[in-house]
Write a protein that binds this ligand. Structure first.
Ligand SMILES: Nc1ncnc2c1ncn2[C@@H]1O[C@H](COP(=O)(O)OP(=O)(O)O)[C@@H](O)[C@H]1O
Ligand SMILES: CC(=O)N[C@@H](CCC(=O)OP(=O)(O)O)C(=O)O
Length: 258
């Protein structure tokens, strides 16, 4: 029997507000057993870029990352957001280590090829170094991963945090019984975005296609669900999309292969 590991991904709206972040870190600190945290921070990057006079552009939930934007996201995700979370967890007795994909060569990626859209310095994940992460985890260290990867040739690349969480969960599923929880500000995937009580309890790829065509699922929810299906297909035991305050209950929306 494999040991259990919980991978939690927390997004931009939660990490940008100190109160919601602090609550999330408190809840995270009480999850029993092995765990790993992946954070986003897209909203913080957009705000700081604007303060620097840099405009942000998103296509299909991904940021167009030119060289100036790459500098901003490296500072914001790898510095400000990551270190605030690590310090917050240390204050709660969790021995966290902050990592980008370049640290210990944890995640290598490849610059996304230019097709209809040129995303710039955005990386598609090639290899997650599961054994490095597993060794840290088994030593009782909690990895806190920023949405940054590297190309192995000296360049950092910006990678969607939902993808980091999905790919990391998949790689670690060889060694652990992995539960992946995407948490954000809503109660789950909603039938009506303005009605918090319209949680869709279970989503399959077939239902996903239908909801996208009906416009019920859009924007940042699309990469979250695509990564969720990829994770359950690749042996992650359980994938849930839920509210940050409900990470223990894991009610929300459950992702099924079919
Ligand atoms: N059906 C849906 N149910 C819930 N949220 C949805 C839905 N469709 C689109 N969304 C949007 O997806 C967003 C979550 O994606 P994203 O902003 O990338 O999250 P985060 O960065 O917090 O992980 C929600 O804030 C919401 O606006
Ligand atoms: C390539 C790409 O889109 N990267 C994302 C990484 C941050 C992220 O995913 O943050 P959230 O989870 O808060 O949305 C971005 O720069 O917005």
């Amino acid at each position: 029997m494999k040991e259990k590991l919980t991978v939690i991904k927390v997004g931009g709206k939660i990490v940008e507000e100190s109160e919601t972040l602090n609550q999330l870190l408190t809840d995270f600190s009480t999850i029993p057993g092995y765990k790993l945290l992946v954070h986003g921070g897209g909203r913080s990057a957009t705000k700081i870029a604007a303060q620097l006079g840099i405009e942000s552009r998103m296509v299909n939930g991904r940021r167009i990352t030119d060289l100036e934007t790459l500098k901003v996201v490296t500072m914001v995700y790898g510095g400000l957001v990551n270190k605030n979370i690590v310090a917050g967890l240390q204050a709660k007795g969790v021995n966290a280590i902050g990592l980008t994909g370049a640290d210990m060569d944890v995640i290598r990626s490849e610059k996304r090829p230019v097709k209809e859209v040129d995303y710039g310095y955005v990386g598609d994940v090639k290899v997650v170094n599961a054994s490095v992460l597993a060794n840290l985890i088994r030593q009782g260290i909690v990895p806190v991963m920023a949405p940054l990867t590297h190309d192995g040739a000296g360049s950092m690349l910006n990678t969607n945090a939902d993808t980091i969480a999905g790919e990391t969960a998949k790689a670690l599923a060889e060694e652990f019984d992995v539960t992946l929880v995407y948490c954000f500000e809503k109660k789950g995937v909603l039938r009506d975005e303005n009605d918090d009580d319209s949680v869709i309890p279970v989503i399959t790829p077939e239902l996903f296609e239908q909801y996208v065509s009906e416009g019920i699922i859009q924007g940042g929810m699309i990469p979250k669900l695509e990564n969720s299906f990829s994770a359950v297909e690749a042996g992650v035991s359980q994938v849930v999309i839920t509210q940050a305050s409900a990470i223990h209950r894991q009610e929300g929306t459950v992702i099924r292969k079919k």
